[in-house]
Design a protein around this ligand. Sequence first.
Ligand code: NAI
Length: 331
Amino acid sequence: MKIAFFDTRPFEKDAFTRANAEFSHEINFLEPRLVESTAKVAQGYPCVCAFVNAKLNETTLKILKDGGINLLALRCAGFNQVDLAAAKRLGITVVRVPDYSPHAIAEHVVALIQTLNRKTHRAYNRVREGNFSLNGLMGFDLYGKTIGIIGTGKIGKILVQIMTGFGCEVLLNDLNPDEEFAAKSKARYVSLEEIYSKSDIISLHVPLTPATRHFIDATSLSKMKKGVMLINTGRGALIDTAALIEALKSGHVGNAGLDVYEEEEGIFFQDLSGQILSDDTLARLLTFPNVLITSHQGFLTNEAMTNIAETTLKNVSDFEQGLPLRNQVSE
Ligand code: NAI
């Protein structure tokens, strides 16, 4: 099938070209992000492939449909960037990659936690400049600390296993608790209030929906332990960033590890190093020594990229051949 592949990064082109040996789709790798102003480029294609920061609102979808698109193949797990009701109305089928490697993201959480905790980002720069002082680099043992994991789906569950290995006490919260998993993992489902009041570290693994937008706001932050470490690899808008900045300024939040940011569209994944950063909120976040931001790279492992490419191309083949769509998303 002919695929208009938007927002291409070199590592994606490599992975998809390798995986396509098995599927033989005709992929046109394009640089622009898929938004209203670029959607016309897909004219004449039956399938478009998009990533997390595409803007698939009704207008974009209508332009795609008018241009001949019947299939929207997301090469990511999250689908909050798509107006699913509009896609349904327009007759565009939407597929995604639900679980390419939950390990990649859960392990990135640990990278964020341990970098902030043991301050390896600062130690690295210091030592390279000939500064071998240890002042200001004090960390804490993870052993015996309490971590609250909010959202115990695929990623949250892997994180539970990893943190149990460190000897942490693991508290869980989910709309649909899996008590059997909790018992096996020696973890406990508790209320959000208990997570907030007892956790030294809190990690977010719920999807972004209207109900979870600003899940963490000034009120929930105020209920957390002073000095809490907050980790977000879910979606940026799970946190009210302005409230987080206030909590960082007051010292109430001790560390924040963010792989996602509310306004990351148009910023993350781009090399803006020669430009002035126009987002004042992100610029403020970057001034805190106890904030670590990565540019939505949780998924970025060889294993995850290979799975993403293979599943996306298989989704397209299944659609083309009229087979049942395991990975379809609908309202
Ligand atoms: P999943 O669908 O397996 O699990 C999500 C869990 O959240 C479910 O158990 C669900 O019951 C729970 N949940 C939903 N709303 C809730 C609420 N209001 N309160 C408590 N629990 C709630 O999803 P998975 O694969 O674990 O991924 C989680 C999120 O991680 C994705 O939605 C996506 O946004 C993000 N993600 C980030 C990546 C990155 O590179 N940083 C890569 C992949 C996913």
